[in-house]
Ligand binder design. Structure first.
Ligand code: CO
Length: 134
């Protein structure tokens, strides 16, 4: 059911430092910061030949990233995102197998303007999983 790895999201305490490291040390193609107030994040996409890295930094008062960075002050992998063809079919199949979808269970529009869902990390080897309809 799942397709390509769309991105790996890394929460970072210092966005400029993370961008500089990926650009200068790793030689990666690093995009411009984008504010996403409705998600409480400032994001930067790093384009790799086969996938993307998404840096996440808190934006605003109750960002979902703030608590993560308190527990992981150096930053860390926040979630991984897999592509699916049909997000509603994917959701229904997952809930039938007992996996928990976070929030209302209805897809939201994610950082790339496409419908996304998040799955409970306890059901997926301790990893927060995002599904994006590609
Ligand atoms: Co994501």
């Amino acid at each position: 059911m799942i397709g390509r790895l769309n991105h790996v999201a890394i929460a970072v305490p210092d966005l400029d430092a993370a961008c500089a490291q990926y650009r200068d040390a790793l030689g990666a193609r690093v995009g411009e910061p984008q504010d996403e107030p409705e998600h409480g994040v400032r994001v930067v996409f790093v384009e790799l030949p086969n996938t993307k890295i998404e840096f996440l930094h808190p934006l605003g008062e109750d960002s979902p990233i703030t608590g993560f960075l308190e527990k992981n002050p150096a930053g860390g992998i926040h979630h991984i995102c897999y592509e699916v063809d049909d997000i509603l079919a994917a959701r229904d199949r997952l809930t039938e197998t007992g996996a928990r979808v976070l929030g209302s269970g209805e897809p939201r529009i994610g950082a790339h303007g496409k419908p996304v869902l998040f799955l409970h990390p306890k059901d997926f080897a301790g990893t927060l999983v995002e599904l994006e309809q590609a």
